[in-house]
Write a protein that binds this ligand. Structure first.
Ligand SMILES: *[C@@H]1O[C@H](CO)[C@@H](O)[C@H](O)[C@H]1NC(C)=O
Ligand SMILES: *[C@@H]1O[C@H](CO)[C@@H](O)[C@H](O)[C@H]1NC(C)=O
Ligand SMILES: *[C@@H]1O[C@H](CO)[C@@H](O)[C@H](O)[C@H]1NC(C)=O
Ligand SMILES: *[C@@H]1O[C@H](CO)[C@@H](O)[C@H](O)[C@H]1NC(C)=O
Ligand SMILES: *[C@@H]1O[C@H](CO)[C@@H](O)[C@H](O)[C@H]1NC(C)=O
Length: 310
């Protein structure tokens, strides 16, 4: 009895396992074997088709011998395009793909990344997107600064090339002022910055919301554009002139004073009774005719030597 029960249980188990096997065919692969963090970046150029770089990480549960393969399917085209240039890691496993030439139609493309391993099946990764939605804009082009206006600097630029070949009306531009740490968004391809001031700007393009164009805020910033000059905080030239003038006047005054012996008069000590006498003595000498300039100096020396005793 027990054996029969056991046997029927066993057969049920076998049937159950068989059904499981059908419901989850081996080809589907284990969880954790499909690629992760899959993403692509599209770039446009003026004279050639856009390029696309895709990258991914291997699944966490993959056997060491796992290899991945990527396929791109355009709308209404029977053929899958296998990746033309794989990017491999040091172990030779494909971890990315470079498409030197993609077509950015308004339709979505299908992406498949499948894989193979001798040890176990690998789950496929599927995705679909519009090529242009993955676009990263390059910096605005031909940025120029016009200094001619007395009131402002006129900065102009052109939008970057883009995969759908839309016009500049499909762009907005962010301008970052790196000196003042401010940012703004403008619709036009030009902006006037008031004079006089110094500016260091960077500009990037962002797709306009109404257009078939990437709206990601990941456009590349232009190289810094530096122009203008700061208004003089200190008017240095007038200051120098004033300083020079003052020095010249002081020197002249000293010369005049020396010549007329005004110094001695000005620096005469306040007369006390005893000083008065000294003073008179000095004056006697002083008044006496002095033939050589050297002697008058002696007098001055005498006086200054006397003064501290007072
Ligand atoms: C595999 O992942 C799916 C979706 O996350 C989940 O529903 C399923 O239970 C997982 N299977 C196993 C065997 O872990
Ligand atoms: C795309 O990958 C190729 C090949 O590795 C590389 O030369 C190129 O610079 C990459 N482009 C971008 C935009 O990452
Ligand atoms: C993408 O795959 C889906 C589902 O398999 C299919 O319906 C659709 O037509 C495919 N699109 C392209 C562009 O191949
Ligand atoms: C991956 O998919 C492509 C096209 O769908 C197919 O030709 C190829 O054999 C598949 N590779 C593996 C390893 O499953
Ligand atoms: C940028 O300037 C170059 C040289 O003046 C010119 O050939 C090119 O057409 C300009 N590009 C744009 C987008 O205006």
């Amino acid at each position: 009895m027990v054996t029969i029960l056991g046997f029927s249980h066993m057969s049920w188990l076998i049937v159950f396992c068989a059904t499981l096997h059908v419901a989850f065919p081996k080809e589907k692969g284990m969880n954790g074997t499909s690629v992760e963090n899959f993403d692509c970046v599209v770039r446009s150029y003026t004279f050639k088709n856009p390029t696309m770089n895709c990258t991914w990480n291997a699944g966490k549960n993959v056997p060491p011998d796992t290899q991945y393969f990527m396929y791109l399917a355009y709308h209404n085209r029977a053929r899958d395009n296998e990746c033309p240039h794989y990017i491999s890691n040091t172990l030779g496993r494909h971890i990315g793909c470079y498409f030197p030439d993609v077509i950015a139609s308004p339709y979505r493309v299908n992406i498949t990344v499948n894989g193979s391993s001798i040890e176990s099946p690998i789950q496929s990764y599927v995705d679909d997107f519009r090529i242009y939605d993955k676009e990263q804009f390059r910096p605005p082009q031909n940025i120029t600064v016009d200094y001619r206006s007395p009131l402002y600097y006129k900065v102009q630029w052109e939008p970057p090339p883009n995969s759908r070949k839309v016009g500049s009306e499909c762009f907005e531009f962010q301008i970052k002022d790196e000196r003042r740490n401010t940012a703004m968004t403008v619709q036009e391809k030009t902006y006037n910055f008031p004079k006089p001031a110094k500016y260091i700007l960077r500009i990037r393009a962002v797709g306009h919301i109404t257009c078939p164009i990437s709206k990601k805020m990941n456009g590349e910033w232009s190289e810094p554009i530096e122009f203008g000059t700061d208004p003089d905080r200190f008017p240095t030239l007038p200051l120098v002139l004033v300083a020079l003038g003052t020095i010249v006047i002081i020197v002249l005054l000293i010369l005049i004073c020396n010549r007329n012996h005004i110094w001695e008069k000005l620096t005469d000590p306040v007369p006390g009774p005893k000083v008065m006498w000294q003073h008179e003595k000095n004056e006697e000498k002083w008044v006496a005719p002095v033939p050589i300039a050297g002697e008058s100096v002696t007098v001055v020396e005498e006086m200054t030597a006397d003064s501290p005793k007072v």
